[in-house]
Design a protein around this ligand. Sequence first.
Ligand code: BV8
Length: 242
Amino acid sequence: MLPESLIAALRGAQHVCVLTGAGVSAESGIPTFREAQTGLWENYDPMDLATPEAFLRDPELVWRWYRWRRDLVAEAEPNPGHHALAELEGLVPELTLVTQNVDGLHARAGSSDVIEFHGNLFATRCFVEGCIVEVADDDGVPTCPGCGSPVRPGVVWFGEAIPASALDQSFAAAKDCDLFLSVGTSSLVYPAAGLAELAKRHGAVVAEINPNPTGLAANFDHAIAGKAGEVLPDLVAGLGGD
Ligand code: BV8
């Protein structure tokens, strides 16, 4: 049962800002970022692979890791958590959805204008020029048709800056919103994890939805211990959605 005060905050909100992490895609069968990698990748730490240094050191290995993840996502479907957020869009005056996920499942569930804070698995960019390039994902690491450099996944790696537009839009939404929902994230990666605290400092009600309360939960107004695919539909139902 969700706290009545949270439902009331949602009913009264003019602007809701939602930050999602890998936990929102867990119920679609996609491993979260920090849980043990399965199968072939169990001996690798994602923190080591998701870096420019790893790609420079072994582009083939990193490219294979991302192909494995793209194949996982291609088999996955959005779950009730994704669909609830897509439905919420039409039930509140303004909704800003910021995701750390690179799987594209929010858009597939029907959410519009998703801010992909860490990029997207299915975008491919020239490692040197940075421009988006269309490549066939054959066996080896594809090369840029323009300059012949290796092609990289269009995600933000550790040590790389968040795209300026995503950063600016997300910070503005966190400052402006009345209600901030942090869903399915361990709140360990910055600057994404700083958004909830920014919203709090600007007077928003902040709620976390996660089966395992995070280190930031103590600063929030609500810490709902539950799965995104169960809690988010309940939240929307409480608002009068079906
Ligand atoms: C930056 C894309 C500065 C790639 C990702 C040293 C050098 C440089 C930077 C740093 C440094 N030390 C620290 C930093 C900052 C660093 C950082 O924060 N590190 C942390 C680890 C300490 N940040 C950066 O590097 C960022 N850039 O700082 O740039 C800069 C500025 C100017 C110029 C140059 C540089 C960039 C960070 C982006 C990294 N890229 N992803 C890829 O995916 O391959 S981050 C990666 O972690 C994923 O995007 C993931 O989404 C994200 C966060 O993880 P979560 O989503 O939270 O997932 P996690 O598995 O951790 O947790 C899942 C949660 O779900 C759990 O809590 C679980 O309980 C819950 N859950 C499980 N099931 C469910 C559920 N919840 C709900 N329902 C369920 N069913």
